[in-house]
Ligand binder design. Structure first.
Ligand SMILES: [Zn+2]
Length: 242
C-alpha cells in the first residue's frame, strides 16, 4: 500500500514540474491560437469576396456576349422591316425588336450594377489585407517566442516525460484514472500531504483521527474538504528528498 501511495505521489511531483514548464509559456499558446483564428476568419472573408467577384465578372462577360448577339439580331430585324409584306409581319417584327431592346437595356443595367459590386468587393479586400498582414506579423513573433521557450526546456521536458511514463507504468489503471480525474478538477493537484495538521491542497484542518489514519498508510484517504488524496508526510518527504 505504501508503495502504491508513494508511486502516486511521485507522479504528482513529476506532473508539478511539467506544469511549471508549461506555465513558463504563459499565455503564448493561447495568443497563438487566438491569432490563428482571427487570421483564418480574415482569409475566409477575402476568399469569399474574391469568389463573389469572379462569379460577378463571369456573369458580366456572359451578359456582354448576350448583348452582342441581341444587337446583331436587332440589325437584322431592322433591315427586315423594309421588306415586310403585310401588317402581321410588321407587328411580329416590331415586337421582336422591342423585346430585344428591352433585354439589352436590362442586361446593360445589370452589368453596371455588377461593376459597382466588383469595385465595392475590391475595396473591401484591400481593407482587410493590411489587417491580415499585421496579424500575420504578430503571429510570427508569438510563435518564435513560444518556440524559444519550448526549445529552452526541450531536454528537461523530455526527461520528465520519460520518467512520467515509467511511473505511470507502475500505477494501476483505476488509481491513474482517479488521479487524473482529481488533477483535472482541482488545478493539477491530486495527491497532497498534511502539514501543520492541514491539507496542503486546500489548507483546511485534517481531523486528528484522519491524520493518524493517513500516517498509517493502510489505504487511500481523501481530504474531507477538497477531495484530494492525502498521503503521509513521511512518504512525501522521502520522495521529495530523492
Ligand atoms: Zn484538502
Amino acid at each position: 500500500m505504501e508503495e502504491r501511495l508513494s508511486t502516486l505521489y511521485e507522479l504528482q511531483v513529476i506532473d508539478n514540474q511539467l506544469d511549471e514548464l508549461e506555465e513558463l509559456r504563459g499565455d503564448l499558446p493561447l495568443a497563438v491560437n487566438d491569432l490563428t483564428g482571427q487570421i483564418n476568419t480574415f482569409k475566409n472573408q477575402i476568399e469569399s469576396k474574391n469568389t463573389e467577384k469572379k462569379k460577378s465578372l463571369d456573369k458580366r462577360s456572359s451578359n456582354e456576349d448576350e448583348i452582342e448577339r441581341l444587337k446583331e439580331n436587332l440589325k437584322k430585324f431592322k433591315a427586315q422591316l423594309y421588306q415586310v409584306r403585310n401588317n402581321k409581319e410588321y407587328d411580329a417584327l416590331t415586337k421582336e425588336i422591342d423585346h430585344s431592346e428591352e433585354t439589352v437595356t436590362k442586361l446593360e443595367s445589370e452589368n453596371k450594377a455588377i461593376e459597382e459590386l466588383v469595385e465595392k468587393l475590391k475595396i473591401e479586400v484591400k481593407d482587410i489585407e493590411p489587417q491580415l498582414d499585421v496579424l500575420n506579423e504578430e503571429l510570427k513573433e508569438k510563435e518564435n517566442e513560444l518556440k524559444q521557450i519550448i526549445k529552452g526546456n526541450e531536454r528537461e521536458e523530455a526527461k520528465l516525460k520519460t520518467k512520467r511514463d515509467q511511473i505511470v507504468a507502475k500505477i494501476k489503471k483505476p488509481d491513474y484514472n482517479t488521479y487524473m480525474r482529481i488533477r483535472k478538477a482541482l488545478d493539477g493537484k491530486a495527491i497532497v500531504t498534511i502539514s501543520r495538521a492541514a491539507c496542503t491542497g486546500c489548507h483546511n484542518v485534517v481531523p486528528p483521527q484522519r491524520q493518524l489514519e493517513v500516517k498509517q498508510s493502510k489505504r487511500l484517504y481523501s481530504c474531507e474538504s477538497c477531495g484530494r488524496i492525502l498521503i503521509s508526510p513521511d512518504i512525501a518527504s522521502s520522495i521529495d528528498s530523492k
